[in-house]
Design a protein around this ligand. Sequence first.
Ligand SMILES: [Zn+2]
Ligand SMILES: [Zn+2]
Ligand SMILES: [Zn+2]
Ligand SMILES: [Zn+2]
Ligand SMILES: [Zn+2]
Ligand SMILES: [Zn+2]
Length: 358
Amino acid sequence: MAAERAFVFEDEEELFSVMKDMDCLYCRIPVTASKHHLKKKHLRFAIYYKDAGIGKFSIPCYCSDGGHGRSHWHCPMCLKILHRTQNYKIHITNHGVEMTHKSSAELQPTAVPLESPRTRTHIQDKTPGNKLACQKCGTIFTATSNLRRHERLQHGQEQQPILCIDPKNAIYVTPKYLHGPRVPIHIRKSFTLQILLCELEECWDFMKAQAQSGNPGRECRHLVRTNHAQHYVPPPPLSVISLEEMSHKHLLSASEKHQCQEMSSRAAVQGVDCVYPVFWDEHDLSERCVFFSVYTDLEDKWCQFGRTRVSFDTKCGRWKCLCQHKRSRCVHKCLSMWWLFQERPELLQADMDGEDLC
Ligand SMILES: [Zn+2]
Ligand SMILES: [Zn+2]
Ligand SMILES: [Zn+2]
Ligand SMILES: [Zn+2]
Ligand SMILES: [Zn+2]
Ligand SMILES: [Zn+2]
């Protein structure tokens, strides 16, 4: 029975009719698959996307395949099960579908979308008069504002920024997700070094599966972006004078100061930047968090390419690092603080206003 389940739909009616008067195939505990149930437990959280121009959606599943009724997603294309919604989105985007922004029920908990994206396009196609076609995919729109919105939401990922932060080792940073805060991840790509690597396990799995099915060299959504990468621009280097000043102001302990100096000189020996601040646009500080790519002098699960990610929340003054010191101070946070103290002291304000590294 499980093999016959569909994990992708084109409209709600299709979903309703599949399980008429049956128990829900997507729930572990027997429950009648009424419209009410489907709307409340599944459609509310549906993910909408476009596959070869056709609007489709996936629904979250709670069957026993996911273990203990935990919500999960079945990829309709390779049948892999993913637990985190964000990972599922990345996964199917890697298969080549485009996310669409259907007014999600997260905003309106009781509203259930009635027309599928496909019906909508269909209606627009038939509308006579001035037609505007999307240059990228050919979808027709009647209003410029709708076309702009479509371009932004559907093709926006092509404009996702990507910066080269280490030309020697071919390391780039690019936002992990298509929407929301632009949290950077590291990727490596070089034809001369024959490297094609993404830090995300999801992407790694995807590329491995593609290679096994005769598609070697297929790149994940992040790696694809390197063809519009911004060239390496060296950031202002860390200066010993500002480190001394920080230690005078008791912002760093003596051992932290020593660790910072050590790490900074080890990076220098390798000819790479110890701290690379990730500002996506020139002086773009509209986002609440600032991110740093920091040299670690080792390769581990959390720093596969020898660099970790440190983030600083400029509002509450909270620091985070991917290393094992998630909540406490670590040399990577101290190094990033050094850079901020030296170059953007105004941003450290939240940190100095009492709140300690948390
Ligand atoms: Zn159900
Ligand atoms: Zn399931
Ligand atoms: Zn898949
Ligand atoms: Zn388009
Ligand atoms: Zn990737
Ligand atoms: Zn750290």
